[in-house]
Design a protein around this ligand. Structure first.
Ligand SMILES: NC(=O)c1ccc[n+]([C@@H]2O[C@H](COP(=O)([O-])OP(=O)(O)OC[C@H]3O[C@@H](n4cnc5c(N)ncnc54)[C@H](OP(=O)(O)O)[C@@H]3O)[C@@H](O)[C@H]2O)c1
Length: 231
């Protein structure tokens, strides 16, 4: 039987790497990316069955790279996880000090690229009746000083995701806030935060979207994990 296929962006470390490992352990075929080719190759080498993983190094904001991802996916795609994300400049500046070029870059990576990737793989997703997951953030809905550019990009991603869900009832489309995790991104934003969950702790929330799919919409991983714990 042909294994299901997932495309996970930003899979060389953090949440993307943890998701890729969990899907690979379930026997999925994977297409993964990240900009740092060496680090991506190292992560793929450590996955179960690396021969079922296609690594396509590149930047999700680059249209040619997105076309290469779509080509690697092929005819059927069961799961797209738009996980790669740009935090913007650190230390996180107030909006008054956020250079417009940095905001444009954050929007290009976090908002425009995920939609463009959905567009690039839409026939393959529709053929499989697939699932789209946009990795969001609480910064999309809360006004934290310094998080305005990133938060705006995730709020716009949430809106795109919600509209995609109603425009494509044959797909399952979710925006998921994973909550705070001990990753490079979080360390860059808030170096003093301690005792955060590892991304691996959050993965069961994402797997639940596959195993027992809730209605599409904006979800918090913490809520999905609570439901999982009660089962
Ligand atoms: N960590 C948290 O506390 C937290 C909280 C809420 C939401 N989130 C969200 O969770 C998701 C994962 O975050 P994380 O904390 O795991 O991040 P991370 O540790 O910084 O990892 C980011 C991954 O994305 C890749 N990446 C970054 N920019 C890319 C680009 N332009 N094109 C392709 N790949 C790119 C990185 O590799 P390269 O650098 O080599 O490209 C890396 O593999 C993000 O959507 C983030 O917004 C995180």
């Amino acid at each position: 039987m042909t294994p299901p296929t997932a495309l996970v962006t930003g899979a060389s470390r953090g949440l993307g790497a943890a998701l890729a490992a969990a899907l690979a352990a379930r026997g999925w075929r994977l297409v993964v990316d990240a900009r740092d080719a060496g680090r991506l190759a190292g992560t793929v080498a450590g996955l179960p069955a690396p021969d079922r993983v296609t690594a396509v190094p590149g930047d999700v904001a680059d249209p040619a790279h997105r076309a290469a991802l779509a080509a690697a996916v092929g005819d059927r795609l069961d799961l797209l996880v738009n996980n790669a994300s740009d935090l913007g400049p650190t230390p996180l500046p107030r909006l008054a000090d956020l250079p417009p070029a940095d905001l444009e870059r954050v929007l290009a990576v976090n908002t425009v690229a995920p939609l463009a990737l959905v567009q690039a793989v839409l026939p393959a997703l529709e053929r499989a009746g697939g699932t789209v997951v946009s990795v969001s953030s609480d910064a999309a809905v809360e006004a934290y000083p310094g998080w305005g550019g990133y938060g705006a990009s995730k709020a716009a991603l949430d809106r795109l995701t919600a509209v995609l869900a109603v425009e494509h009832p044959g797909l399952r489309v979710y925006a998921v806030d994973p909550g705070d995790m001990a990753t490079d991104m979080h360390r860059a934003a808030a170096p003093d935060d301690e005792d955060l969950p590892d991304p691996e702790d959050v993965v069961p929330a994402f797997l639940r979207l596959l195993d027992d799919p809730p209605p599409g919409g904006r979800l918090r991983a913490a809520d999905l994990l609570l439901v999982e714990a009660r089962r």
